[in-house]
Structures are given as structure tokens and as C-alpha cells.
Design a protein around this ligand. Structure first.
Ligand SMILES: C[S@@+](CC[C@H](N)C(=O)[O-])C[C@H]1O[C@@H](n2cnc3c(N)ncnc32)[C@H](O)[C@@H]1O
Length: 204
């Protein structure tokens, strides 16, 4: 099914891209949504039901949050640094909620930088589709690790279309371990996949 048709089923508008101005784009990457086909593959192969709250760092117009909320009825939080894009996520939420009043779990969007987001002790599944540069990614991961040190729990990271720098940092600089790789069917591009990392409570 077309991306626009899938959007329509959820009552949202997430198709398209948005670039950052030249002085910001070195660290902040452009808006582009995870394809529905990829989200479908992820949902078929990853146990979202184990998550308490899913956080999408650099959530854009909210596609990942709405899709997962709709499919798994789990609390979701999206963090977005571009105000216009954040506003679009909020507009989407108004329309989406008209269709999904029956799902009790909350959908929240926060306007701000991912590296300033205060990790909640219920947040235990973090989604990244190449939102920002490696120095910012590092800060976000350290925030997650600090939160886990304080409130011990299992944590999963989901990386879509992963950048090699993210992979190297997670392998060398953190206790996260790869637990799964999920390929998007029908795609030849090597990077068309999800890598799932886990930090298990008993391992640290
Ligand atoms: C590739 S898009 C991914 C959108 C969404 N996660 C998805 O997969 O559909 C990356 C998003 O991250 C946002 N972003 C970039 N730097 C950010 C930062 N430091 N904090 C929060 N959001 C950021 C961009 O504005 C953009 O909307």
C-alpha cells in the first residue's frame, strides 16, 4: 500500500522531507519518515509488548509513534527539535486521536532537543532513524545509561537504516549488545534493516 494511503488509515500526514538550514544540518539531520513497509517488518519480528514506553528520538511528524501506538496500544513519546515539524506532529495527534479514543495508552510529543530530554524511568525502548550526528547520539545514549544506573531495568535500542558511526560507538563505547537484525523484505540496500540492541539488567 502507498505511504499516503497508510497515513490516511491512521488519519495523519507524514509523507515528505524537511531539510534543516545550512548552519544546523551538520548536527541535525533532515526529516524523512521510516517507510511503513519497514515498520511492518519490525512489528512482525520484534516483541514490542515487552516495552513499557517507546521513545522516538527525532520523531518528525510522528509516524513511528502513531503506527506503534495503534498496533500495540503502548505509551509512546516523540521528541522533535524542529518547531514546524513538531507542530505537524501535534496536528496529526488531534486527527489520530479522533479515530483512536479507545486506546488508553498516551501519545506524547515534546518539542526540544533529544540530548535535553529527561529520560523517565518507564522509558525502556528507544527508536532512532538517523536523527543527528554522532556527538549528539553519544549524549543521548549516556543519558539513557545514567537513567538505567539510577532505576535498573532492561533497555532496548532500535536503529533503523543504521549509520556505521552509531554501530561502532555502541559496540566499543557502551554495554549494549546486538540481539537481533531485521531486514526489510525486498530491499537490496545493505542498510535497509533494523538493528536491535539490548542492555540487560543482570549484565551491568
Ligand atoms: C530521519 S527523521 C526520522 C523521523 C521519525 N523518527 C521516523 O522515523 O519516521 C529525523 C528527525 O530528527 C529530528 N532531529 C534532528 N536533530 C534533532 C535533535 N537534536 N533533537 C530532536 N530531534 C532532532 C529532525 O528534525 C527529523 O525530524
Amino acid at each position: 500500500m502507498e505511504e499516503r494511503e497508510q497515513d490516511k488509515l491512521l488519519g495523519i500526514k507524514t509523507v515528505g522531507t524537511r531539510e534543516w538550514p545550512d548552519n544546523k544540518k551538520i548536527h541535525y539531520y533532515r526529516y524523512e519518515a521510516t517507510p511503513y513497509k519497514a515498520l511492518h517488518a519490525l512489528s512482525e519480528n520484534y516483541k514490542f509488548k515487552d516495552a513499557d514506553t517507546i521513545v522516538d528520538f527525532g520523531c518528525g511528524r510522528g509516524r513511528v509513534a502513531f503506527y506503534l501506538h495503534n498496533r500495540f496500544h503502548l505509551p509512546v513519546v516523540g521528541v522533535e527539535a524542529d518547531f514546524r515539524t513538531y507542530r505537524e506532529a501535534i496536528e496529526n495527534k488531534i486527527m489520530y486521536r479522533l479515530k483512536t479514543r479507545n486506546i488508553a495508552a498516551p501519545v506524547k510529543f515534546k518539542y526540544g532537543l533529544a540530548q535535553h530530554y529527561k529520560i523517565d524511568k518507564k522509558d525502556n525502548c528507544f527508536y532512532f532513524f538517523n536523527p543527528f550526528s554522532i556527538p549528539i547520539f553519544r549524549k543521548v545514549i549516556y543519558n539513557i545509561l545514567r537513567s538505567v544506573e539510577k532505576d535498573r531495568r532492561n533497555e532496548d535500542l532500535i536503529l533503523y537504516y543504521p549509520m556505521q558511526e552509531y554501530e561502532i560507538f555502541l559496540e566499543i563505547g557502551t554495554p549494549f549488545e546486538i540481539i537481533d537484525k531485521i531486514r526489510v523484505p525486498g530491499e537490496n540496500d545493505e542498510r535497509e534493516k533494523f538493528i536491535i540492541y539490548q542492555l540487560r539488567e543482570q549484565l551491568y
